[in-house]
Design a binder for this molecule. Structure first.
Ligand SMILES: [Zn+2]
Length: 339
C-alpha cells in the first residue's frame, strides 16, 4: 500500500499547500491596507479633460471636445505625477475616453506604468443624471445623430462602457473606479437606479459627491467664514456605502474649477483653503480627496505648488496620514460598515 499511502500524503501535502497558499492570499487581502490603519487617507485626484475658459477666458469650444487634450494639459498631468512620486505620493487620474482617440497616448500608459491609478470619467464627459440626450453633453446638442437613436439612459451607459473598452484596448489599463463628470451635493443618494447601474457596469465604488459650501464673492479674498465653511464641508466629504452596496468616495472642497474658474481666486487663497481642509482631515484621521484638472492648474498653478503642499503636509504628519488611491478609501468605507 505504499502507493496509496504516498498518494494520500501527496494529496495531503497538496491540500496543505493550497490551504497555505489561500491563507497567504486572504492574508494579503486583509493586510493590503494594514499600514494605513489609524491614518488619515489623502488622495490627489486629477481629471484628465479640457476645461471651459482655459487657457483663456471665453474659450468655450472645449465644452464640445472635453477629451481632446492639448499638449500643455498632458505635460502638466505627467509632470504632476512625477512631482507626487518624487515626494512619496501618487495621483489618482480620471480619464475621459475620447482622449484615447489621440495619436499618441504614451504619456497615459507611462503614468499607469509608474503606478498611478487611472479611473473612468465617461467618454464625452456626460452628465450621468441627464434625462435627455441633449442634456447629457454639449457634443450631443451640436451633433445629436451621434446618439444613434439611443435614449439618455442608453447613451450614458454606452459612454461608460466604451471608455472602459478604450482604456483596456488602447492603453492596457483596467479602470480603477469611476468619477462622475460634475459633482453632486448629495452624490447618488436619491438615485438608487444609477447606483445599481454602476455596480452592473463593474464598479464597486464611484466618486460623485461634492458637498455644498460657501464660495464668497468673485475676485475677493475669502473671508474667515468662507474658509470655515470649506473646512466644515469635509465632514460631508467622507466615503460611505450606499444601501445598494456601491461605495461613494466624495471629492473634497474646494476644487480648482470652483476656486479659479467660478470665483477668480488667487493661488494663495486656494492653497490656504486646501491646506486648512487637509489639516482638519489629518487631525480627524479622516479622508481628503483633492480634486483638480491639469487643464486648469497648468494656468493657475504652473509650478505644482498645490500638489507639493499636499505631499509635504502629509509627509510632515508622519504616521498620521498617507497618500493613497481612492480605491483604498473605498475599501476602508466597506470594512468599517461591517459590524
Ligand atoms: Zn470632469
Amino acid at each position: 500500500m505504499p502507493d496509496k499511502a504516498s498518494g494520500l500524503s501527496r494529496r495531503g501535502f497538496l491540500a496543505g499547500s493550497v490551504a497555505a497558499a489561500m491563507g497567504a492570499v486572504t492574508g494579503l487581502a486583509r493586510n493590503r491596507d494594514d499600514d494605513l490603519e489609524g491614518k488619515a487617507l489623502v488622495a490627489i485626484s486629477l481629471d484628465l479633460e479640457m476645461s471651459r475658459h482655459y487657457p483663456k477666458r471665453g474659450m468655450m469650444e472645449w465644452d464640445f471636445q472635453k477629451g481632446n487634450l492639448d499638449d500643455d494639459t498632458k505635460k502638466y498631468a505627467v509632470e504632476a505625477g512625477r512631482v507626487a512620486r518624487e515626494r512619496g505620493g501618487k495621483i489618482h487620474y480620471f480619464c475621459v475616453g475620447r482622449a484615447l482617440e489621440q495619436p499618441d497616448i504614451g504619456w497615459l500608459k507611462g503614468l499607469a506604468a509608474a503606478g498611478h491609478p487611472v479611473g473612468n470619467h465617461t467618454y464625452d464627459h456626460v452628465n450621468v443624471t441627464a434625462a435627455t440626450v441633449e442634456q447629457a453633453q454639449f457634443r450631443f446638442q451640436r451633433a445629436p445623430w451621434l446618439a444613434r437613436g439611443m435614449s439618455a439612459r442608453e447613451l450614458i451607459e454606452d459612454n461608460v462602457r466604451i471608455t472602459t473598452d478604450a482604456m483596456q484596448r488602447r492603453a492596457g489599463i483596467a479602470p480603477n473606479g469611476f468619477r462622475t463628470p460634475g459633482g453632486f451635493n448629495r452624490g447618488l443618494d436619491e438615485r438608487p437606479d444609477l447606483q445599481k447601474k454602476f455596480l452592473h457596469l463593474g464598479f464597486d465604488w464611484i466618486s460623485s459627491r461634492y458637498p455644498a459650501h460657501l464660495y464668497g464673492k468673485e475676485k475677493e479674498e475669502p473671508t474667515s467664514d468662507i474658509y470655515a465653511s470649506i473646512v466644515a464641508a469635509q465632514k460631508d466629504a467622507q466615503p460611505y456605502v450606499y444601501p445598494s452596496g456601491l461605495v461613494e468616495v466624495p471629492m473634497s472642497p474646494i476644487s480648482d474649477v470652483g476656486a479659479f474658474r467660478s470665483t477668480f481666486w488667487k493661488l494663495e487663497w486656494f492653497l490656504k483653503a486646501n491646506r486648512l481642509a487637509l489639516e482638519w482631515a489629518i487631525e480627524s484621521r479622516a479622508c481628503y480627496d483633492f480634486l483638480a484638472h491639469p487643464s486648469c492648474l497648468v494656468v493657475e498653478d504652473p509650478n505644482f505648488e498645490t500638489i507639493k503642499m499636499i505631499c509635504d503636509v502629509v509627509k510632515k504628519a508622519g504616521d498620521k496620514a498617507a497618500i493613497v488611491g481612492l480605491d483604498a478609501m473605498a475599501r476602508r468605507a466597506k470594512l468599517r460598515r461591517i459590524p
